[in-house]
Design a binder for this molecule. Sequence first.
Ligand SMILES: *[C@@H]1O[C@H](CO)[C@@H](O)[C@H](O)[C@H]1NC(C)=O
Ligand SMILES: *[C@@H]1O[C@H](CO)[C@@H](O)[C@H](O)[C@H]1NC(C)=O
Ligand SMILES: *[C@@H]1O[C@H](CO)[C@@H](O)[C@H](O)[C@H]1NC(C)=O
Ligand SMILES: *[C@@H]1O[C@H](CO)[C@@H](O)[C@H](O)[C@H]1NC(C)=O
Length: 609
Amino acid sequence: MLLPKAVLAVAALAISPASAIWPVPKSISTGNLTLSIDQTVAVTYNGEPVRISFLDYLMTPPCREYLAETRLSDQTQQLSYAKGYAPPSGANFKSKDIVQGGLERAFSAIFQQGLVPWMLRARGSDFDPNLDRAGRVSKLAITQTEKDTKETFRAVAGAVDESYSLTVSAEGEAAIEAASSIGVLRALETFTQLFYRHSNGQASYTQLAPVKIQDEPKFPYRGVHLDVARHWFEIEDIKRTIDGLSMNKLNVLHLHITDTQSWPLEIPALPKLAEKGAYAKGLTYSPDEIADLYEYAVHRGVQIIMEIDMPGHVGIEEAYPGLTVAYDKQPYQLYCAQPPCGAFKLNDTKVEDFLDTLFDDLLPRIAPYSAYFHTGGDEYKPTNSLLDPALETDDVAVLQPMLQRFLSHAHDKIVDHGLLPMVWEEMVLEWNATVPKDTIVQTWLGEAAVGELAAAGHKVIDSNNAFYYLDCGRGQWLDFDNGNVWQALYPFNDWCSPTKSWRLIYSHEPTDNVPEEAQKNVLGGELPVWTETIDTTSLDSLVWPRAGAAAEVWWSGRTDAQGKNRTLLSARPRLGEQRERMLQRGIRGTPITQLWCEMNDVSRCQHDE
Ligand SMILES: *[C@@H]1O[C@H](CO)[C@@H](O)[C@H](O)[C@H]1NC(C)=O
Ligand SMILES: *[C@@H]1O[C@H](CO)[C@@H](O)[C@H](O)[C@H]1NC(C)=O
Ligand SMILES: *[C@@H]1O[C@H](CO)[C@@H](O)[C@H](O)[C@H]1NC(C)=O
Ligand SMILES: *[C@@H]1O[C@H](CO)[C@@H](O)[C@H](O)[C@H]1NC(C)=O
């Protein structure tokens, strides 16, 4: 049986490169013509010529010199110029600027950060095409068929049309059509993936012309959740994560911005929060930095959704004493899931006043950029109120109406500021809180919760810990003395072990086991990155390319046009290539197979029984 397989592998290698678009478009057809592309490509947006500063830059001597140096081993080239382009700042977004930014990044990705695909080709093979007689991509005409509105840039899930079409003719005429500027951004990411860089460093080419793509997402909400409270992250780390999201057509960054461990968010009306709550002076996010971050995301078709977790997970006792209970109480297991505990008092008007001050300061600053604000609500235990001198009870029959009042107060305020609330599932499923049907409920405890909430008519996000928790499977971070606990917990796996490999993530779809008629309420998914043991040193490698695996399922669905599940054999070479492209653009994801397997046909690394 060896022979047919070997023959097959050779045959596969002989064909032109796979159309490695990630996530795979809804419909795609490609040819085998080679076209080069250079800085003379004429770009228009709705018929008007667009001047692209990056293309001008390509003509300058330092850039020509830079491009002439080929550094095959240097897989991460910094985005010095792409980052240099700055769109006008402010919340008054113009479609033209959004598209311009997308074009600057796309051409920088093609010309400056282009991928020489040596690692995707057989060792020693002569993979560079001869471009002497190749045609050239001479124009890129972008047409936006509908007008963006203010709501395009702070959209409720599903409200923005992200669909697009992309064609490249055999003669080298490229065209993008999309209803929104966000659709144009999605198309431009696809466009960049058509091209490789020549080993001589002087040229870029596609071998897939003519190209015809029609594309749109399956799920409207596709996100990554980043905890910046267990560890603090530089704005650059967060921006780089946003870059990665947009490269994978993901559209939400959920920032879990406060917790009992730290409060890095500066609130001018409540200055002690960050003064006392930051891990160190300077490890904070100022109002200007927050605005800049939200804008940065909007320009990449990503919405930031900020979460201030409550009533549990609150560590403000040192800043504003008297509003919370259980801060740093032991044994912590009685009151919370991890040290230090801390929770707002229920049924306390001072807490409501505090929340009003907090929200009146914060929400007007973020409402121009986002449709949602997340109030957390996970892992809140009734035992907290045993420590509240005004309550001294853990009777849920007594506490439930108080919890409802707390939540309704917070959510009314959020709605007053023009935002929609989002909560973790426990508020509804455990605390029986009533929330309006436009409140998004985020699940993490499994498929049953998704199904139950969706069937009850809630809008649901799937963050199933069995598939989507990217921090899992790397062992305990708590310490224990020698003895029974040590023995019991040996070999120190964490609670959600094992690691969720991209292959596992790729097997799961948010609507799995959700009754058919309720599936429309499942908006999509979000991959939590809880950061007890993650900081800037490991962020990229833990998130990428695994978040890309979910991105393809959420954008393209798990099944292909024939209704069959896409196989790992079809996904792995493309996700591997996506990682290589992301490396070129400064995002250091981890390998998903050995280099030898990347260089050879996927059938040669297939695991047979
Ligand atoms: C390219 O595609 C055309 C049309 O499908 C086919 O006839 C031709 O053999 C292909 N050329 C190569 C080199 O694969
Ligand atoms: C809740 O607070 C109100 C005042 O806002 C008070 O009248 C009431 O007694 C409190 N309930 C309990 C159980 O303490
Ligand atoms: C929520 O409702 C369930 C089922 O009726 C009940 O068992 C549970 O105690 C309630 N939880 C709270 C916090 O009221
Ligand atoms: C696709 O994969 C899922 C999850 O592994 C499985 O439950 C489902 O039956 C598969 N569907 C098809 C059509 O093979």
